[in-house]
Design a protein around this ligand. Structure first.
Ligand code: CP3
Length: 361
């Protein structure tokens, strides 16, 4: 039993994940994977032969099929809706495309106060196709699995809008942040408006939990996070919690930011793999649940090595209620599916009481 205390015998599979988000005891540690539906999976590649990524996102039956297939094939405790972080850019007035090998490209990046003024905030309802996909997934799984809706955090989405795509140094983003704070705040305000409505559509459609991806927040030092990003994340997180669902707040290379990230009031903090899980949890504070934190590239290791690392994480969690097993970042193309399935088995079969290493240590 992962939770330590006496957990009810009758935990429904679907509530295991939700209970862990709320730091309630569970019968075994819930597990799912960042980017669990994607190119590493043959079934996804087959769908992608006939449709672009955005086509899949915009056709609720297809998005639901991709979501459901991945979750069932892996045997995970939660299904994250198949969508993309950048979808809200379109109703805000920014066209983008995914170029093979290059990732996302925004055609007219936001660089000036005038560009910020031109962004629209009144068309979040255009994203209802994601809500329709969630309804399909919810109808399929009912109570069997937790259903995760998601969106980007204001900082991370602003960085895509300003850089025009992925970035190494975030020069344009930080330039706007430092030299035109009014435009920067205006941009974050607009993002909060749209993202709040977008999350509301997802919750109304049946999302049990919302994950907010602040994937590139690790590009900020602590002072910059405090001065330029924290408040916007906090406002979005609070607004989503008021809808009655827990929020998972995730970023990468965040070891130095964890306490501040937890101060947003998020229910769960997603940890990357750069520090041991117990250290990360201590930094976050035990009043908050944590999700993580296997290095996604460990999935390419021989199964004995993989098992060593998986168990290390479970021991570091120590049976404390409020751990959701996951990766420290998304599954990459080429990952062997059988290793991902093996991790699910390892997590579900793990029992702290019968774990010999833990007993010895
Ligand atoms: O977990 C799942 O089930 C997948 C659903 C999902 C996608 N994007 C589909 C996708 C999720 C949760 C995302 C979130 C997302 N999108 C993030 C945050 C997650 C993270 O890893 O931090 C980010 C930063 C993006 C933006 C994005 N989308 C990038 C940078 C890329 C290109 C990366 C690449 O490998 O090409 C994408 C494309 C994308 N989004 C793919 C998928 C399955 C792969 C491309 C394809 O199928 O054509």
């Amino acid at each position: 039993m992962a939770g330590g205390e006496a957990a009810p015998e009758t935990i429904l599979d679907g509530s295991r994940f939700l209970r862990a988000c709320l730091r309630r005891p569970v019968d075994r540690t819930p597990v799912w994977f960042l980017r669990q539906a994607g190119r590493y999976m043959q079934e996804y590649r087959d769908v992608r032969k006939h449709h672009t990524l955005v086509e899949i996102c915009k056709q609720p039956e297809l998005a639901a099929e991709v979501t459901i297939t991945a979750a069932e094939k892996l045997g995970v405790d939660a299904a994250i809706i198949f969508a993309d972080l950048l979808l809200p850019l379109e109703p805000m007035g920014l066209d983008f495309e995914f170029q093979a090998g290059e990732g996302p490209v925004v055609h007219h990046p936001v660089r000036t106060a005038e560009d910020v003024r031109a962004l629209r905030t009144d068309r979040a309802a255009d994203l209802a196709y994601v809500a329709r996909a969630i309804e399909n997934v919810a109808a399929h799984f009912r109570e069997r699995l937790g259903i995760i809706g998601f969106c980007g955090a204001p900082y991370t989405l602003a960085s895509y809008m300003i850089e025009g795509g992925g970035s190494r140094n975030f020069i344009y983003t930080k330039q706007m942040m430092y030299s035109d704070p009014a435009a920067w705040r205006g941009l974050l305000d607009k993002l909060i408006t749209v993202l709040t409505e977008y999350c509301r559509l997802q919750v109304q459609a049946g999302a049990d939990v919302i994950q907010i991806f602040d994937s590139w927040v690790g590009s900020l030092g602590l002072s910059d996070y405090r001065d330029y990003a924290l408040e916007a994340s906090k406002r979005l997180i609070r607004a989503v919690q008021e809808m009655g669902v827990p929020v998972i707040y995730f970023g990468v290379e965040t070891a130095g930011l964890l306490a501040e990230m937890a101060s947003t009031g998020a229910d769960v903090i997603g940890l990357d793999w750069h520090q041991p899980l117990d250290e990360g949890w201590r930094a976050v504070g035990h009043g908050c649940a944590v999700q993580g934190n296997l290095d996604p590239i460990t999935l390419f290791a021989p199964v004995e090595v993989l098992e060593l690392r998986v168990k290390e994480i479970l021991r570091a969690a120590g049976g404390r209620p409020g751990h959701i097993f996951n990766l420290g970042h998304g599954i990459v193309p080429g990952t062997p599916v059988e290793n991902v399935q093996a991790v699910v088995r390892m997590v579900h079969e793990f029992r702290l009481e019968t774990d010999t290493e833990a007993a010895r240590g």
